[in-house]
Design a protein around this ligand. Structure first.
Ligand code: ADP
Ligand code: MG
Length: 361
């Protein structure tokens, strides 16, 4: 297959979009691609993969199975990853064969908390006070620098609040270090915030760009429970935030959709938490609240179709169905709950099984 570098990529049987990762994000990307007329090809290890139900072709392989990855790359015109922890070496290999959006450099930055914080600071954001922790000596000396309690997070591979724990001057540092697997960590000051918000920026390969309206997020035990949108911010603060987000995207030479998680402090200032270079749970409301969802926009960006700011109609709320929530029969009886059930076979505590959107305006 010829690998076009000239855009846009139009939908036809030749132009197959590669999706790396078989979870719910992969499923929703594939549904948007299919709606827009594109064929999709999924790459993921064998398992309980909801995306398999809706793609045109599947290649099963481990994340570092280079032969399988090359086979996959030969069959797609471009590829995007829904799986944040894809080894950057695998993405680099794919980039030699096909157009990969976002790039391996972007994923590498998002995978390592200390790197993403450095990049955020370089782009003008403030972060919580933080320290790179390579051993228990670092932990003991850094904790003295905090005026408040802290959170210790593994430097890589954390998600949904996993790989982190609360810590303060009275904690058993050796136990804390071991509980996180004795790996490189970051220690962060635990902030008292007014609310958590998230921003989504996007940029197409044709260099057009835009934002979704802001989301306001409610977490329980480190895992997102609810989002309401659009969230309102003072217009000057919002403009400043968007300027910094664009600078961050420029510094990363970013294409695709980029979520930025933020804290709004009691005094109204905004603090950077982390980025996700892929569709984000806090923008699932866009599936029903906007003319183009975050998945529709991702497809446009990787195919080089023009994009612009997305607006929404009314006020929306998204609620995650975690573990057994998905078996609550009442949800299914009310048409106002717009259900998105991922179709995972195994229900597990803490596992995201689906979500529903509700117009609350
Ligand atoms: P994950 O990669 O698991 O999403 P996060 O760093 O986003 O990790 O942490 C998950 C949640 O934990 C955040 O959304 C927030 O509710 C809480 N949290 C994380 N860091 C801090 C902090 N420095 N201060 C206060 N709360 C925090
Ligand atoms: Mg997070």
């Amino acid at each position: 297959m010829t690998k076009l570098n000239n855009f846009p990529i139009l939908p036809n049987d030749e132009n197959v979009i590669g999706i790396i990762g078989g979870g719910q994000l992969g499923k929703m990307i594939a549904l948007s691609a299919s709606k827009a007329g594109y064929k999709t090809h999924l790459y993921c290890p064998k398992g309980d993969n909801p995306a398999e139900a809706v793609v045109d072709k599947i290649t099963h392989g481990q994340w570092n199975d280079y032969n399988r990855l090359v086979e996959f790359s030969n069959e797609v015109i471009c590829a995007t990853s829904e799986f944040e922890n894809i080894p950057s070496k695998s993405l680099e290999l794919l980039s030699n064969k096909t157009k990969v959006v976002p790039s391996s450099l972007v994923f590498r930055c998002a995978q390592i908390r200390s790197k993403e914080k450095e990049m955020a600071i370089k782009s003008g954001f403030n972060t919580p006070k933080w320290f790179l922790i390579k051993n228990t000596d670092d932990l003991i000396s850094s904790i003295k620098e905090l005026t408040k309690a802290g959170i210790l997070k593994t430097n890589s591979l954390g998600y949904d609040g996993k790989g982190q724990l609360n810590i303060d001057k009275n904690s058993n540092f050796f136990e804390a270090w071991e509980n996180l697997g004795s790996v490189e960590c970051v220690l962060e000051e635990k902030l008292e915030f007014k609310r958590e918000i998230s921003l989504m920026y996007f940029k197409s390969l044709d260099d057009t760009e835009g934002f979704f309206p802001l989301s306001e997020n409610f977490h329980e035990n480190g895992i997102l429970k609810k989002t309401s949108a659009p969230a309102y911010l003072d217009s000057k603060i919002e403009l400043d935030l968007k300027t910094k987000a664009k600078r961050l995207a420029q510094n990363l030479n970013f294409y695709g959709v980029l979520a930025i998680e933020l804290f709004e402090l009691l005094d109204g200032s905004i603090i950077f938490n982390e980025i996700a270079p892929r569709p984000h749970n806090s923008f699932h409301w866009t599936l029903n609240g906007c003319n183009s969802s975050q998945f529709d926009i991702l497809v446009r960006t990787i195919c080089g179709l023009p994009v612009k700011d997305v607006e929404c109609s009314g006020k929306w709320e998204m609620t995650n169905l975690i573990g057994n929530d998905v078996n609550n029969i009442n949800l299914y009886k009310d048409q106002n709950y717009i259900l998105h059930i991922y179709g995972k076979k195994n229900v597990k505590a803490g596992r995201k099984m689906g979500h529903y959107n509700r117009n609350i305006s």
